[in-house]
Design a protein around this ligand. Sequence first.
Ligand code: NHR
Ligand code: GAR
Length: 197
Amino acid sequence: MKNIVILISGGGSNMAAIVKAAQRDAWEDKYQARVAAVISNRADAGGLAFAREHAIPTAVLSHQDFAQHAQPREAFDAALQTLIDPYQPFLVVLAGFMRILTPGFVQHYDQRLLNIHPSLLPAFAGLHTHERAIEAGCRYAGATVHRVTAELDHGPILAQAVVPVLPGDTADQLAARVLTQEHRIYPAAIAELLRAG
Ligand code: NHR
Ligand code: GAR
């Protein structure tokens, strides 16, 4: 069985889209693959309830608990690795996960770590992508599925979707339009990697 471990921080709608695609498209029969666990760095992440309702094991690892460490990010990532590794994941999928990961963590999951970023990379790496796209006068925005490398939002691109920026759009309106497309391309990109083996 190929295990997929999903990391979230919030609503988890991308995670839910992946779980639903895995069930609808019978990933377990087709690819011997399943969402094996959902891990959040926030106890109040909305997505945890969805995962529990779907009988997927969940864990919470709060980054705030590592603030007192000499190297908080390294310590958090080491603990995260300890939670993930028992699943021997084929893929570790960031889905609205909001903590920058250390080079050591990224190296450990070399080639197996994916992210979805709410912009047309290489434009607008980092945060507040929708505000920045509107501010720049972009006519098009979108989302990018990419492999995660040590350099933030710069890994090889696996899939993209484009949406128009409409006159008068607020960041929230644009975010909602982009999110709908995220729910389509993220499961599709993962299925392609599962097919490729
Ligand atoms: N880690 C690495 N090494 N490389 C990437 O490409 C990563 C990553 C971790 C997360 C997602 C990314 C996004 O799609 C992602 C890609 C968080 C931040 C951030 O600044 C930036 C980009 C992304 C995720 N986080 C703050 C931090 O100090 C915290 C912000 C918060 O908690 O709200 O880690 O956009
Ligand atoms: C998505 O738009 C995702 O691309 C973005 O946050 C949203 C999460 O929604 N990710 C980032 O901004 C990462 N920094 P979700 O929790 O409902 O999937």
